[in-house]
Design a protein around this ligand. Structure first.
Ligand code: UN1
Length: 497
């Protein structure tokens, strides 16, 4: 897997963008390591890809679903075989440590096997009719061509959350990876094609906003699934709404971890190091607000600061690296901007707040784990998504206050509560406004077979993962079979006035 797959993949062939334009993809930990130039696609390329997908839909959509499942299972097998090679390339491209990118591939493997099994379910309902000798049922039909636009932070797992169920359900796909992870996207497509997807069923179009817009606004794309920023997601939603398309948005988060006075603090520290600084805080599920009871605040924060300072920062393909770089200069600028905002707002920057120096970090976009204390709930660093290794700590004095603070936010993706009290934990499951709540675990760690998504400003009500994503990728067809041999008028013939 050493070659650089830097072309689009349309209708079964690898090809350059029609315009010949390209963009550069670099290693965020070693900026001098250029991965390659990738096609800057436009309307013409998207048009070719959508046409191919539309044609392929005729046969793919009418295949027995379990036969599609066989191909998904082979994709899972190939991903398993290539897990390490693929993870190495992902780390090189987007920076998170090798153990994390292996987890990313594993999430894709789990999603493949899960989607394969769903092809033998795709349940509809059979329901009694109100008329005699009549049979009612609902069945699931594929939607058509699905546009998939994904983020770079889970360059393999997140696109597979979208593509595998889409394909399992009989849709065809045009996939546009993030401009920060085009190579990982292409390597994934190569594996999927090798597993036996017929030409046109899966098409890859690389590029930035122009390619994305062309895909979203293409009249022959029936559904769009998007993971990324709130600003772009809102634009996707507006365009899809205007064009009567189905769309699923997965956007920002500002995920709270509530720590009550009875929590097991060792467990909390391990959870925070992983939740706040795993993936360099660049997850939409990252723990970015610590809402902690005043009785344990100082002890917790001081121990956490010591442990966070000791995290080994560097190139993720080196054995001892615990935290990789920030994705690019723009990401770094945003973090630096918010650290400035936090200081101006009067929060205390306890550790970090700067780029690291020294061997192994000179040539990359690195940032130190950063903890702000004395944060109050209405500060911008308590409300806005920073997408970096920055934790804002808010002190509270009761469970009630903790939940109020947790909910005082426009987002609602993930959340966590640490307590030994079972009644409090159960209350929190209902009272925290979020799509996901973890009890005695950090805000990250979604499993492939469980629904994933957020409430409020995080999304538009759909869920990825698990059984629920199949609601998004299928249309319900309602079927009535009348075997009475005569015209039966519902609501009329069966009611005596
Ligand atoms: C994301 O950050 O976009 O639960 C997805 C988690 C991962 C998925 C994160 N399994 O953090």
């Amino acid at each position: 897997m050493s070659e650089v797959l830097n072309q689009n993949f349309i209708d079964g062939t690898w090809q350059d963008a029609a315009s010949g334009a390209s963009f550069k993809d670099i290693n965020p930990a070693l900026n001098s390591d250029v991965i390659g130039q990738f096609p800057e696609s436009g309307v013409e390329d998207v048009d070719d890809a959508v046409r191919a997908a539309r044609t392929a839909f005729k046969t793919w959509g009418s295949m027995p679903a379990p036969a599609r499942g066989d191909i998904l299972r082979r994709i899972g097998d190939l991903l398993t075989e290539r897990k390490s090679e693929l993870a190495f390339q992902m780390t090189r491209e987007m920076g998170k440590p090798f153990f994390e990118t292996k987890g990313d591939v594993q999430e894709a493997i789990d999603t493949a096997y899960y989607a394969a099994t769903e092809t033998r379910r795709l349940f509809g309902h059979t329901v009694p009719s109100e008329m005699p000798n009549k049979f009612n049922m609902s069945i699931r039909r594929p939607i058509g061509v699905c546009g998939v636009i994904s983020a770079w932070n889970f360059p393999v797992a997140v696109p597979t959350w979208k593509m595998f169920p889409a394909l399992a359900a009989g849709n065809t796909v045009v996939f546009k990876p993030s401009e920060d992870a085009p190579h990982s996207g292409a390597l994934l497509v190569k594996i999927m094609v090798e597993a036996g997807l017929p030409a046109g069923v899966l098409n890859l179009v690389q590029g930035g906003g122009n390619a994305g817009r062309a895909l979203v606004e293409h009249p022959d794309v029936n559904a769009v699934s998007f993971t990324g920023s709130t600003v772009t997601g809102s634009q996707v939603g507006e365009a899809c709404g205007r064009m009567h398309k189905r769309f699923s948005l997965e956007m920002g988060g500002k995920n709270p971890m509530i720590v009550l006075a009875d929590a097991d603090l060792d467990l909390v520290i391990d959870g925070l190091l992983w939740g706040a600084f795993g993936t360099t805080g660049q997850r939409c599920t990252a723990t970015s607000r610590l809402i902690v009871h005043e009785d344990v605040h100082d002890e917790l924060v001081n121990t956490l600061a010591e442990r966070a300072k000791a995290l080994k920062i560097g190139y993720g393909n080196l054995d001892d690296t615990e935290m990789g770089p920030v994705i690019n200069q723009k990401g770094l600028d945003k973090i630096e901007y918010y650290v400035g905002v936090g200081i101006e707002e009067g929060a205390t920057c306890l550790i970090g707040g700067k780029r690291p120096t020294g061997e192994g970090v000179e040539d990359g976009t690195f940032y130190e784990p950063t903890i702000f204390t004395d944060v109050t709930q209405n500060m911008r660093i308590a409300k806005e998504e920073i997408f970096g290794p920055v934790l804002s700590v808010i002190k509270i004095s009761s469970y009630k206050e903790a939940v109020e603070v947790a909910n005082n936010i426009e987002f609602g993706l993930s959340s966590a509560i640490y307590t030994q009290d079972i009644a409090t934990a159960f209350r929190a499951m209902h009272e925290i406004e979020a799509g996901i709540t973890y009890v005695n675990g950090p805000t990250i760690g979604a499993e492939a077979h469980m629904p994933f998504g957020g409430v409020k400003g995080t999304g538009n009500g759909h869920r990825e993962g698990g059984w629920e994503v199949f609601e998004f990728y299928t249309e319900t067809k309602t079927v009535y079979v009348d075997y009475s041999g005569k015209l039966q008028k519902a609501q009329i013939d069966n009611v005596e006035d």
